[in-house]
Design a protein around this ligand. Structure first.
Ligand code: TRP
Length: 330
């Protein structure tokens, strides 16, 4: 049987190649094997009070980048959270069986309180309730999540179980984590250590043009050359090889590995090759991003189409919940 897989996408920031070669490529593959829901969690992003212009622009950017990368509105349900009002209605109901104590103990909430003591709004406290609503409203079985979202997913399971027990029904399935396992590639940043991230300034973005990509790659941290053939490779150089392995043909990778071993490697040459091969992958995507972003009609049709499909699924669940709870006049 096909699984119902659901993933919420943050509407902040542009996608970098770490996102693309990591989760995104798995999403694209998953579309053929499962019933997938992908949505932009715009309501969630309101906790930080974005300026209305940026708010809209960011949603558009993220949507265009995902579509350009290969998320397919015909294969998957691709939608914007706020265009499915059933989510907000179920969220109201879900708040009745989530407890302030457990919400206050959530790590992400405690971290936000520590970091932004002047903006501890109720939306932040109930963030996990809204996220659980996103998941349960489509009765999703599998949710691909990173480490930082595991606790939220666990809470969704708790809320599902609690509802089922409270009303003595088997209504909500308990969602579990979708694990990419070994297929999830972790792309390191260009600054020598750690992975590519949005805030670190060490990334190459799908929206970068060729000149920017070349400049960034040429500036990537390396070392002063292989000490001797048997010494372990330094982390910055290892990182460049990891990216090379992801974007280049295996002969190319082998060529530079051999050059490294024989001590003849010229990092400048390897970087030129790396930049070329990154461009080969990302520049066609960049072109599609620009094309899609300039096509408001296509974007608005796509989100309406997605919202229609998402609402059909959401309203069914909501009606079921309301019936169980004893609403009689809807
Ligand atoms: N909280 C998630 C994040 O920050 C985004 C999200 C919202 C989500 N609703 C979701 C993820 C439902 C998975 C399922 O990344």
């Amino acid at each position: 049987m096909k699984e119902i897989v659901l993933s919420g996408i943050r509407s902040t920031g542009n996608l970098h190649i770490g996102n693309y070669f990591g989760a995104l490529r798995n999403f694209i593959r998953m579309q053929d094997e499962n019933n997938c829901f992908f949505f932009i969690a715009d309501l969630h992003s309101l906790t930080t009070h974005p300026d209305p212009e940026n708010f809209h622009e960011n949603i558009k950017t993220v949507l265009a980048e995902y579509l350009a990368s290969g998320l397919d509105p015909e294969k998957s349900v691709i939608f914007v959270q706020s265009m499915v009002p059933e989510v907000s209605e179920l969220y109201t109901l879900m708040n009745m069986w989530s407890y302030v104590g457990e919400l206050e103990r959530t790590s992400s909430f405690k971290e936000k309180v520590r970091k932004h003591p002047n903006n501890v709004n109720a939306g932040l406290l109930t963030y996990p309730v809204l996220m659980a609503t996103d998941i349960l409203i489509h009765k999703a079985n599998k949710v691909p999540v990173g480490k930082d979202q595991e606790q939220h997913l666990e809470m969704a399971r708790v809320f599902a179980r609690r509802f089922n027990n409270m009303y003595n029904v088997e209504f909500f399935p308990e969602p579990s984590a979708y694990s990419f396992g070994t297929e999830l590639v972790k792309i390191p940043g260009l600054d020598g250590t750690g992975k590519m991230g949005k805030s670190e300034g060490n990334g190459i973005y799908l929206a970068d043009d060729g000149k920017t990509i070349r400049k960034k790659v040429m500036r990537a941290v390396t070392d002063s050359g292989p000490a001797d053939a048997d010494a372990p490779m330094s982390e910055p150089v290892q990182n460049l090889f990891t990216i090379l392995q992801t974007v280049s043909d295996s002969e190319v990778v082998q060529f530079y590995k051999d050059k490294y071993k024989s001590g003849e490697i010229r990092y400048g040459d390897m970087k030129k090759q790396l930049a070329d091969d990154i461009c080969k992958v990302t520049l066609p995507i960049r072109e599609r991003i620009l094309e899609i972003k300039g096509n408001d009609k296509y974007l608005s049709e796509t989100v309406k189409y997605g919202a229609e499909k998402a609402r059909a699924s959401a309203s069914k669940t909501l009606a079921g919940v309301k019936e169980i709870m004893g609403f009689k006049w809807f």
